[in-house]
Write a protein that binds this ligand. Structure first.
Ligand SMILES: NC(=O)c1ccc[n+]([C@@H]2O[C@H](COP(=O)([O-])OP(=O)(O)OC[C@H]3O[C@@H](n4cnc5c(N)ncnc54)[C@H](OP(=O)(O)O)[C@@H]3O)[C@@H](O)[C@H]2O)c1
Length: 335
């Protein structure tokens, strides 16, 4: 058994981590924390009453090092890097769900804030297992990808070599409201979200540079990305629709089938994908359709799971040399 800590346990992805790790055959939760501590986990999450009885600590790296070998950081960006730096110095492996270790230094500082842990940033591995599974098992620090980049990169990367490099790629992405975390805001207020759909940060969302940077890293091609996210009135789920122009003719479905032939958590679908079919799972479902040179690629994930917490546990499995799907639910929340 490997003892693990969850920091940020009062948040949405923190709760998902608790739910996954309670049932994990090889990970044992020994420490859970938020910013204040001093309560029981059932005070934070009444749904865990009768399931888990543990005190919640005020997050402290030294205390974690006494009881855990690996820590999941489900913290906002900036808070994560201060904490990861201390944990790594204490030889604790880290899976970080924030943006702090996902990007090159200049990209990060342009879109977030000054970086406070440049040394560890150099050695972090981007935790998208389909593309980086050769590096993840050797990593001490894995940067779990953003939810939009996860769904977009899995759908788009196989086709980047076929897309006309002079054309624009349009990424129309839609997320459930839990993608914004538990903090209250006017944008995510019930009255604003219910029976409503709207775009936010068109062309300006921080996940666009993450998508761009990883495409370049993976394919050596600078893609012309136009990324527009939308908020939709559902709790969880993410649907990404990509429109692009092909330069080289290809059998798009075969491209996907060949690309993901050995991957357990990507499903190639014959019909347009739905968020319901991936909700509650680590799957990414992908559908593709061609019309001459035009291509439409659509992917769906659960933003809280494949976009965050199950992907984090898959990364931890790989870091600890377990099977990637150990303890990961494959049964969707249907109906
Ligand atoms: N939600 C998603 O779908 C999603 C998907 C992919 C990635 N992510 C990323 O994952 C991270 C967590 O997201 P979330 O949606 O779970 O956020 P959230 O619901 O807002 O929860 C944030 C958690 O961080 C804790 N926290 C904040 N500052 C802290 C500090 N200085 N020390 C200790 N704990 C602190 C909060 O504790 P308190 O209750 O004490 O404030 C809370 O438990 C974020 O970086 C987010 O961008 C989220």
């Amino acid at each position: 058994m490997i003892n693990v800590a969850i920091v940020g346990a009062s948040g949405y992805t923190g709760l998902e981590l608790i739910k996954i790790l309670i049932n994990h055959p090889k990970f044992n939760i020994t420490y859970i924390a938020n910013s204040e501590g001093g309560v029981n986990v059932t005070d934070l999450h009444p749904s865990l009453d009768g399931v888990l009885d543990m005190d919640v600590q005020k997050a402290n790296a030294n205390e974690i090092s006494k009881v855990a070998d690996l820590a999941f950081l489900a913290l906002p960006h900036k808070a994560s890097m201060g904490f990861a730096k201390q944990l790594l110095a204490l030889e604790i492996k880290v899976v970080d769900l924030s943006a702090d270790y996902r990007l090159q230094l200049d990209t990060y500082e342009k879109h977030y804030c000054p970086h406070e842990d440049k040394e560890n940033l150099k050695h972090s591995v981007y935790g998208l297992p389909e593309f980086y599974n050769g590096l993840i098992p050797h990593a001490k620090l894995v940067a779990n990808p953003g939810c939009y980049p996860t769904a977009t990169l899995l759908a788009l990367v196989p086709f980047v070599p076929y897309i006309d490099p002079k054309s624009n790629i349009f990424i129309d992405a839609k997320s459930g409201v839990s993608g914004a975390g538990k903090k209250l805001s006017e944008t995510t207020h019930f009255v604003n979200v219910n029976e409503n759909i709207f775009a936010y940060n068109p062309f300006g969302h921080r996940h666009a540079p993450e998508i761009e940077e990883k495409i370049l890293e993976l394919t050596d091609i600078k893609a012309n990305i136009n990324f527009v996210p939308h908020l939709i009135p559902v709790n969880r789920g993410m649907l990404v629709s990509i429109y692009a122009t092909l330069e080289d003719v290809c059998d798009a479905k075969q491209v996907l089938k060949d690309f993901y032939a050995d991957d357990k958590f990507v499903r190639i679908k014959d019909e347009p994908v739905t968020i319901k079919d991936t909700s509650g799972t680590n799957y990414c479902d992908i559908f593709v359709e061609q019309n001459g040179n035009s291509i439409f690629i659509s992917s769906s994930i659960d933003n809280l799971l494949r976009g965050a917490s199950t992907q984090a546990v898959v990364n931890a499995n790989l870091m600890c040399e377990y099977e990637e799907d150990l303890g990961i639910s494959k049964i969707a929340y249907v109906p």
